[in-house]
Design a protein around this ligand. Structure first.
Ligand SMILES: Cc1ncc(COP(=O)(O)O)c(C=O)c1O
Length: 385
């Protein structure tokens, strides 16, 4: 497969049906939801083109026979040295759906769920909408970046707390928690008998100098209480195709999860299964190219935004194509998000949606061209003149 660097064609982007490009009027530059503006990997395009030519859109095979569990397990072993049994992998249509189901199956209404805020908004919604109790443990903004508050995590573990809902790598801060940090969290989970729901959807997007540790790989006893969620959707830019996996560290957890019958868990998308398999089997060199491009974009954002706008600060994300911009010193009203949208015609993700610690922040998605990033910077700068 030839290596083709992804390109951004704004004319094509503007024709897309994806919400990133549909939510705002055309004069707003959208840099919010976690879709990339790049073309997808050649291997993914090819498998979908071939399926289109065959009109291959019938019902998919039983997901267990789709080979996704085997392909996923082999990939986790290869990339992270994490051994898992493909029999313990369920294919789902989305990570968020799987998180909701896991909360319903592994806890009771009123039970506490620990969440490190600021956090990807569906974490907050899933806890609230299932009637569980949100126990926020804000990350600490240190000079070295965001760190876990282990003391607060420990002291928050009352007997009603049953679940740790972990996002690693972390959205929106881009932290890749070290194995030492995760071991400390694991110790708390063991001590307080917590089930850990570990969303690792951004693990393919880790920059050099950092290493992803799957939570379930820490030890066999931790694996037994962990469910890992993963998908090709972020790294391979195929979120609209709807395919994800949930990997269970024990048969018992899997059985409890599958207490919700297959049809109630939702059907699967044939294009999603095909694209995921192609991405995981044949997309690695494309991903490498994308990562080096994202790294350049990250470095541009981290150096140029604070330089041009002195009230903005940001810690370099260690993973993801998301930059968590602290705008507190700009004192923008009614909020940084609304200011930049109304006066700068730029559509960031709204910081407050990530929980109270995000009030003075916006999240920038830098998976786009340098030209777009430079235009975003010009617009933001002009809006505060
Ligand atoms: C941490 C995290 N989990 C889950 C998702 C969404 O996954 P899915 O579309 O499979 O529900 C995202 C999307 O940005 C995300 O950042």
């Amino acid at each position: 497969m030839t290596r083709v660097l992804p390109e951004v064609d704004l004319e094509i982007c503007r024709q897309k049906n994806a919400e990133k490009w549909r939510l705002y009027p055309p004069d707003v530059l959208p840099v919010w939801v976690a879709d990339m503006d790049f073309e997808v990997a050649p291997a993914v395009r090819e498998v979908l083109r071939n399926a289109l030519e065959r009109s291959d859109w019938g019902y998919p095979l039983d997901p267990r026979r789709s080979e996704i569990p085997e392909v996923f397990s082999e990939r986790m072993e290869r990339k992270f040295g994490w051994s898992l049994d493909p029999k313990r992998v369920e294919v789902m249509s989305e990570v968020v759906q799987a998180i909701y189901l896991a909360l319903l199956q592994f806890s009771e209404p009123g039970d506490g769920v620990l969440v490190q805020t600021p956090i990807y908004p569906p974490f907050l919604q899933s806890v609230q909408e299932t009637g569980r109790r949100l126990i926020e443990v804000p990350l600490v903004d240190s000079s070295d970046g965001y760190v876990l508050d282990l003391d607060l995590t420990r002291s928050s573990c009352t007997p009603e707390v049953k679940i740790l809902l972990l996002c690693n790598p972390h959205n929106p801060t881009g932290r890749v928690f070290t194995s030492k940090e995760l071991e400390a969290l694991a110790g708390i989970a063991l001590e307080h008998d917590l089930i850990v729901l570990s969303d690792e959807i951004h693990a393919d997007l880790v920059y050099p100098g950092h290493a992803h540790t799957p939570f379930a790989s820490l030890s066999p006893e931790i694996a037994k209480r962990t469910v890992t969620f993963y998908s090709a959707s972020k790294a391979f830019n195929i979120a609209g195709l709807r395919c994800a996996v949930a990997a269970f560290g024990s048969e018992n957890l899997q059985r409890r999860f599958c207490g919700i019958p297959r049809h109630a868990r939702g059907g699967l998308s044939q294009p999603g299964l095909l694209a995921t398999k192609a991405a995981w089997l044949e997309g690695e060199s494309w991903l490498e190219d994308v990562l080096s491009l994202l790294r350049q974009n990250r470095d541009y954002v981290v150096s140029e935004f604070p330089k041009a706008i002195s009230g903005i600060s940001v810690h370099a994300p260690e993973a993801t194509y998301l930059a968590w911009l602290n705008c507190a010193d700009l004192h923008l009203k009614p909020s940084p998000y609304h200011h930049f949208l109304n006066k700068g015609r730029t559509g960031f993700s709204e910081g407050e949606a990530f929980g109270e610690p995000g009030r003075d922040f916006v999240r920038l998605n830098f998976a786009t061209s340098k030209e777009v990033l430079s235009e975003v910077l010009t617009r933001c700068f002009s809006s505060i003149e």
